[in-house]
Design a binder for this molecule. Structure first.
Ligand SMILES: [Zn+2]
Length: 104
């Protein structure tokens, strides 16, 4: 039986999440390898048309300079706020600040 589109998207999302977690949890892997992993994420994201899956887009891709955001390398990420928490991402490439509210 062929897998439906939704099923495939679900798998793709899982793969992206795993890849992102891998990058975050393995700070010893070098910049080039990390960039490759994140580029792979972007490929999967595009291939499966995961427009509704914004996690990757929001957190790992700078809309301003189209540079991949790698926490600690190409961006500073801070969590701020008391009652309403939000993340500030500062892209070190273009110095653009972005605020992302943390829902849930
Ligand atoms: Zn940027």
């Amino acid at each position: 039986m062929k897998k439906g589109k939704k099923e495939l998207q679900k798998i793709a999302k899982k793969r992206i999440k795993n890849l992102i977690n891998f990058v975050i949890n393995n700070s010893e892997i070098n910049y080039e390898d990390r960039k490759k992993v994140l580029e792979l994420c972007l490929k999967i994201w595009k291939k499966y048309n995961l427009r509704n899956f914004s996690v990757f887009k929001r957190y790992f891709y700078c809309k301003n300079c189209k540079e991949l955001i790698i926490p600690g390398e190409t961006a500073r990420i801070r969590i701020r706020g008391n009652k309403k928490k939000y993340i500030t991402i500062r892209c070190l490439n273009c110095n653009q600040n972005r605020r992302i509210p943390l829902s849930k």
